[in-house]
Design a protein around this ligand. Sequence first.
Ligand code: SF4
Length: 129
Amino acid sequence: MERVEAVDCETRIDARSGRPVGEAPVEPPPTPGLLKRVASYAKAELSLLVHGPVADEEFERRKRACESCRGLVQHPDDPIGFCGLCGCGTRKRAALSVKITMPDAECPLSRWSAKAAVAPYGRRSGQIR
Ligand code: SF4
C-alpha cells in the first residue's frame, strides 16, 4: 500500500524558486527613479507622523506577505528583513519592521497597500517587533 504524506492544502512553494508551484515567473518591477522614491518615502513617513503606525492586524498581514515574498532580503539588521524590489536599500528606515508600520507605504508588488490601512489607524502597542 502506498504511503501518503500529509500535505498542506494551501499553496505549495517550490523549494528552488520560492514561488508557489505552478505560478509563472514574474519579472520584478523596474526600480522607481530617485525622485519617485524620495516622494514615496516622504509620503510614508508623513503618514506615520500624522496617523501613527498601522493597526496590529494590518501589521501582521503585511508581515506575512513580506515573509512569503520572493522579494524579501533577509538581513541581520532587521527581524523581518528588507525589500529587495522597492529600491530603498538597507537604510534603517527602510527595514521592513519599520516600513510596514507606515500607513501610506506601498509594496512594489502590490501584495499589500496603503488602501488597506484605513483610518482610523490603530496605535500599535509601541515596540517594533
Ligand atoms: S514590500 Fe512587497 S515586494 Fe517587498 S518584500 Fe514585502 S511583499 Fe515583497
